[in-house]
Design a protein around this ligand. Structure first.
Ligand code: PXL
Length: 278
């Protein structure tokens, strides 16, 4: 039987992130994607002002009850941006109730970047997210998110491998099976993904070029492609490489267009992703 993924995150109607990114990308990987929207926002929260926000937490129990009655279950559950602490607790419950045996639980703790939490989140939210990370087979934080979840200071540049290792070990000790950390850099012109599983002696890396400009939504693009590639049978390191190359290709399409400050033009390179997994 073909694999089916459930992804739980918000609908930002405009802004190229969360579900509007996850659905097309996982679909392009050839994987059926079911959704559980955590909230509906008029736009994402990073740079737009006066956005609307409807929390859908109250809808979640009824949706999951129905799925259980219909015996609907998933081969992977991938969570991204979640709207509230209570919602995170509900997602931990979803992990138990609609997971097939062997279900891969992939948690992108989308809540912070560059040393700061996104608008609307606080330390208590990060602590709740750490609990969800502890229930994950794969947790996909950037350095900021990792530091917040394990109570380490955030170091933006000039850190060494011992710092990265400490963050990853602490995430594993929360209960996560594998940590896939993005945005790791020891050399000015290279950026990469660090991977460490429980019991591993050493961190594995996939490094790629660092582009002159960051674009928005890249964490969601990476996590979606990682999930799709993993479901297509890639190893975690292979899936990280596929996802990182795809993300960088999308960023390259975006550079130079200042009108596109809110997102990343991943649509232009979806055919490359599909071809690589064909
Ligand atoms: O890209 C992560 C993300 C998802 N959803 C919403 C966001 C953000 C980042 O800012 O605001 C609503």
């Amino acid at each position: 039987m073909d694999k089916r993924v459930l992804t739980v995150q918000d609908i930002s109607c405009v802004g190229q992130c969360s579900l509007t990114v996850a659905l097309p990308i996982i679909s392009a990987c050839g994987i059926e994607t079911a959704i559980l929207p955590s909230a509906v926002l008029s736009t994402h929260t990073a740079g737009f002002h006066g956005f609307t926000f409807r929390d859908l937490t109250e809808d979640i129990p009824g949706i999951v009850d129905h799925w259980e009655k219909e015996k609907i279950a998933f081969d992977a559950i991938y969570t991204g941006y979640l709207g509230s602490k209570r919602q995170i607790a509900l997602v931990r419950d979803i992990f138990k109730r609609v997971a097939k045996p062997g279900c891969q639980k992939i948690v992108d703790p989308a809540m912070a970047d560059n040393g700061v939490l996104y608008t609307g989140f606080d330390a208590a939210f990060a602590a709740e997210m750490a609990k969800l990370a502890g229930a994950a087979d794969f947790v996909l934080p950037n350095i900021t998110e990792a530091a917040l979840m394990v109570g380490e200071p955030y170091i933006g540049a000039g850190y060494d491998e011992a710092y990265i290792r400490r963050l990853m070990d602490k995430l594993l000790s929360l209960g996560a099976g594998t940590v896939v950390m993005t945005g790791v850099s020891y050399e000015a012109d290279k950026l990469g993904v660090a991977i460490l599983s429980k019991g591993d002696k050493e961190i594995s890396y996939y490094f790629h070029e660092r582009l002159p400009k960051n674009s928005h939504g890249t964490g969601d693009i990476f996590a979606s492609a990682f999930t799709g590639a993993l479901m297509r049978g890639k190893t975690p390191l292979e899936a990280a490489a596929v996802a990182a190359d795809f993300t960088v290709a999308g960023m390259r399409e975006t550079i130079g267009d200042d009108t596109h400050w809110y997102g990343t033009k991943f649509e232009k390179v979806l055919p490359l992703l599909a071809a690589r997994l064909a």
